[in-house]
Design a protein around this ligand. Structure first.
Ligand code: KG4
Length: 345
């Protein structure tokens, strides 16, 4: 689409428990505000009803702050990109409804964004005009979050194909559920990451899945972890407390080996050496260093996101919206959010 002015996209993300708004101008990040909801900590997981109420309270101040921090006025915005799904329906409804109302009041178009595509496209956010080191196409993205573990063949900014995925739990779920049985707070991934640094990753062996092709499975590992605790707690009631660091280090090492095993297989099968990682679990320090060494060994061009783009954020929604804007793919005001959506929907 030919442009006679800068393309300024307001991105809105409200799929789970983070309310976020961002401004991206011609693909360059201008602001990215995230209000995380602390209310769920007491419950050991996200409570959907509380999440949507908190989004309602946060959305206006968060959008206001994103616009102010970008140094623009709302009349400068070209279009509003919002997460349509997948996610919690009540949470998605807040962002979708806000986007509809704001687009009507400003008389500008809307762009619907698939949250999973957003995670992948976070790699294309430019920090400034000269930031051009981005993955070329086709590339492979390992998308690892609380709800997904997928290997995605990224054909271009908007065309993606899942070539491997979990048949049961996601990697993030394995981190969180194993953390929960050890009595660690929610979400457990960052706590396991921290404790793993103090332990011996080779001290305990857990069962690894034997799944065909490029698919993953984490439910067996979770059960193996649970049985290991049950058996050892019978002998020593202080087993978890006394061995927490070793448990975390060994569990984390196993999850990383499983994730990397299939990624290496995918890279070999496709011949692609342009590799990225995305999603909440990509914040894991063990995974980041394992990917870096694997990339050196195999000659991959590896893209690891900055921490602020690993978890849910609106910058990734705004950049995806930017590429949709360039293609003129605007959304109708009739659309409704979807709790479940595949990456290519
Ligand atoms: O992408 P995300 O923010 O949310 C969605 O699932 O959409 O991912 C959240 C997941 C949680 O399971 C959390 O425990 C995990 O990412 N996570 C981590 C780390 N930081 C976040 N897992 C392992 N190590 C980390 N440092």
């Amino acid at each position: 689409m030919p442009q006679d002015r800068n393309i300024i996209i307001l991105g809105i993300e409200s799929s789970c428990d983070d309310t976020s708004a961002a401004i991206v101008e011609n693909g360059v990040i201008r602001s990215n505000i995230i209000a995380s909801q602390k209310v769920h900590e007491a419950y050991g997981g996200v409570v959907p009803e509380l999440a949507s109420r908190a989004h309602q309270q946060n959305i206006v101040p968060v959008v206001d702050m994103a616009i102010k921090q970008a140094g623009i006025s709302k009349e400068d915005i070209s279009a509003i990109a919002f997460t349509r799904g997948p996610g919690l329906l009540g949470s998605l409804l807040v962002g979708t409804s806000f986007a509809k109302g704001f687009s009507l009041s400003l008389n500008i178009p809307m762009l619907e964004v698939n949250h999973l595509q957003g995670h992948v496209l976070a790699h294309y956010i430019k920090e400034n005009e000269d930031d051009t080191n981005k993955p070329t196409f086709p590339h492979l993205c390992l998308l690892v979050s609380g709800g997904n573990s997928q290997i995605i063949l990224v054909k271009n900014h908007l065309e993606m194909e899942v070539i491997g995925q979990t048949i049961d739990d996601a990697a993030g779920e394995a981190f969180d559920k194993c953390a929960k049985v050890m009595g660690l707070p929610y979400p457990g991934g960052p706590h396991i990451d921290r404790l793993a640094k103090l332990g011996d990753p080779n001290s305990i062996e857990f069962n690894k899945p034997k799944i065909q092709g490029l698919n993953y499975s984490f439910s067996g590992l979770k059960t193996s972890f649970l049985y290991h605790l049950r058996d050892n707690l019978k002998i020593n009631s202080n087993y978890v407390e006394e061995n927490k660091a070793n448990l975390c280090a060994s569990l984390q090492k196993t999850i990383i080996e499983v994730l990397l095993g299939k990624l290496v297989k995918a890279a070999k099968e496709t011949g692609i050496k342009e590799i990225s990682v995305a999603g909440g679990v990509s914040a894991n320090s063990g995974l980041r260093s394992a990917l870096t060494s694997e990339a050196e060994k195999r000659g991959w061009n590896m893209f690891i996101p900055e921490f602020r783009y690993t978890t849910d954020n609106a910058a990734m929604i705004a950049i995806t919206g930017y590429y949709k804007f360039l293609k003129g793919e605007f959304a109708s005001h009739e659309l409704v959010p979807f709790a479940r959506m595949a990456i290519n929907e």
